[in-house]
Write a protein that binds this ligand. Structure first.
Ligand code: FNR
Length: 185
């Protein structure tokens, strides 16, 4: 069998007990054999500052390289104030540079938003759909996935216990795998 496609999963929350991180890990477990998901948190990514561009910090270079070497990127994000969290926007700014050389260029993209609330972080997902097209490859448009009510989906060992959530995550990651195969063919 061909070796699996390496997918960088960017987690939009750095909270220790983050539901977003638990969802990213659940996706990694549910992914078909054609994908290898590398779940990446954003601790330690320095604030973007144009003054540093001539001599970029090592953490920027490592983050950019990880994305450049991937076959695709999957964003899993919560919603903060009807948008994406600042840590995620910062990481996107870091990887989008140098100008014209975004690490996301040509990379197929998936977007999974979530919230313990009723709206599933849909605004965060929509903001990503606005931000990314100028600096990335194609974004998977169907199926859309905005996960609501995630607050009671995990047990105290971070295992996914909500069957309905497990089902939509499995459907999504299968569709994403098919998209990655089409884009990397
Ligand atoms: C939130 N939260 C939130 N939820 C939502 O559905 N829409 C929103 O606009 C916001 N706004 C918001 C702003 C800020 C600053 C915080 C801290 C939180 C609630 C959010 O969904 C909740 O805290 C999640 O648990 C955050 O995701 P993680 O850390 O569990 O992955």
């Amino acid at each position: 069998m061909a070796s699996p496609f390496n997918i960088v999963v960017i987690v939009g929350s750095i909270r220790k007990e983050s539901f977003t991180l638990k969802i990213a890990n659940a996706l990694a477990r549910l992914a078909p054999a054609s994908l290898q998901l590398d779940v990446v948190t954003l601790h330690g990514i320095s604030f973007f500052n144009q003054d540093l561009e001539a001599n970029p910090p090592a953490d920027w270079l490592a983050f950019r390289e990880k994305i450049q070497k991937s076959a695709g990127v999957l964003f899993v994000t919560p919603e903060y104030n009807r948008s994406i969290p600042g840590v995620l926007k910062n990481a996107i700014d870091v990887a989008s540079r140098p100008y014209g050389k975004s690490s996301f260029l040509g990379k197929p993209i998936g977007i999974v938003s979530n919230s313990p609330g009723p709206l599933g972080g849909v605004n965060a997902a929509k903001h990503l759909q606005n931000i990314l097209p100028g600096i990335s490859g194609p974004i998977l448009g169907q199926p859309e996935i905005y996960l609501n009510g995630v607050g009671d989906a995990f047990d105290d060992k971070a295992q996914l216990t909500k069957e309905s959530l497990q089902k939509v995550l499995a459907q999504y990651i299968d569709a994403f795998a098919a998209f990655i195969e089409r884009q990397n063919r």
